[in-house]
Design a protein around this ligand. Structure first.
Ligand code: PXL
Length: 293
């Protein structure tokens, strides 16, 4: 992707998501990806989670008025070329995001594309979205999505469809388009029996299958966030949705190859691989990668 010359403002994105105190998922995953991809990222924090590598111990949602105000403040002044939603926690926050997105021209068919990552739970199964907020997700957010990027658990919660094979994956994608998304990316990464990570992207007319090799790592915390962030980055660079998803898949696959252990639980996907050589250069060090992937 062409980047701006040093000193010129880079492309600008907005992430509307929750904070992960462990630094691996949520806002922190987004910022790592946006920074390593050379973008300027604005932030609307929706929730503060208390979590580490073993799980989410607690969280609080941010006042919905403050969520909407963050979006309006940065969109009106700084200008946003693509936006992304992650953890939204509650119905009231979803409604505030939808209203602010409409006011600022963010979303399907508007000037600024919107990637909706419909985060419902952590990888440990800890809830990150109130169960009654699923209706608002379906009615208020998915219809505003340029592209919606659920994993298989989120697809089941949103559409009621259990994706077990290509046929059910296609039906699930149709169901997401029926809810109003422009594009649906149904990720197959949790189809554990499959040797690949087969994803289906469709807008109802085009069907694109993405198959990346499954990376055998126990450290994939934040992988969904990182994929959606990389898609958002490519959209900000003017890529069309299929090309942006292709870019995002390659980015997260590489991040999974460089994932590292942390704490007693799951370590994070690692977008820092992209800047490792320049960091080593800065510290005058060189990492031995002889037994790395
Ligand atoms: O990976 C989904 C996710 C998104 N946002 C926050 C999270 C998580 C997973 O734990 O904590 C804040």
């Amino acid at each position: 992707m062409p980047t701006a010359p040093l000193g010129a403002a880079p492309h600008r994105v907005l992430t509307i998501a929750g904070s992960d105190s462990g630094g691996g998922a949520g806002i922190q995953a987004d910022m790592r990806t946006f920074a390593t991809l050379g973008l300027h990222a604005c932030v609307a924090i929706t929730a503060v989670t208390v979590q580490n590598s073993t799980g989410v111990q607690d969280f609080r949602g941010v006042d919905p008025d403050i969520v909407g105000a963050q979006i309006r403040s940065v969109a009106g002044d700084i200008g946003i070329e693509a936006a992304k939603t992650g953890m939204l926690a509650s119905t009231a926050i979803i409604e505030a995001v939808a209203a602010a997105a409409d006011a600022e021209g963010i979303g399907k068919g508007r000037a600024t594309p919107l990637v909706v990552d419909p985060v419902a739970a952590s990888m440990h199964g800890d809830p990150l979205l109130a169960s009654e907020a699923l209706d608002a997700l379906r009615a208020e957010l998915i219809p505003r999505a340029t592209v919606v990027t659920p994993n298989l658990d989120e697809v089941r919660l949103i559409t009621g469809i259990e994706v077990v094979d290509g046929d059910s994956q296609r039906r699930a994608a149709d169901s997401l388009l029926a809810l109003g998304a422009q594009w649906a990316l149904v990720k197959g990464g949790h189809l554990r029996e499959s040797p690949d990570s087969p994803d289906l992207l469709t807008d109802g007319a085009q069907f694109v299958a993405f198959t990346a090799p499954r990376v055998p790592t126990g450290h994939d915390h934040g992988a969904g966030d990182t994929l959606a962030a990389a898609i958002t980055a490519a959209l900000a660079h003017g890529r069309a949705v299929p090309a942006a998803v292709e870019f995002g898949k390659a980015w997260v696959t590489e991040g999974l190859r460089w994932a590292y252990p942390l704490g007693a639980g799951h370590g994070p996907v690692n977008p820092l691989w992209a800047v490792a050589p320049s960091i080593e250069h800065r510290y005058g060090e060189q990492t031995d990668r002889s037994d790395s992937p």
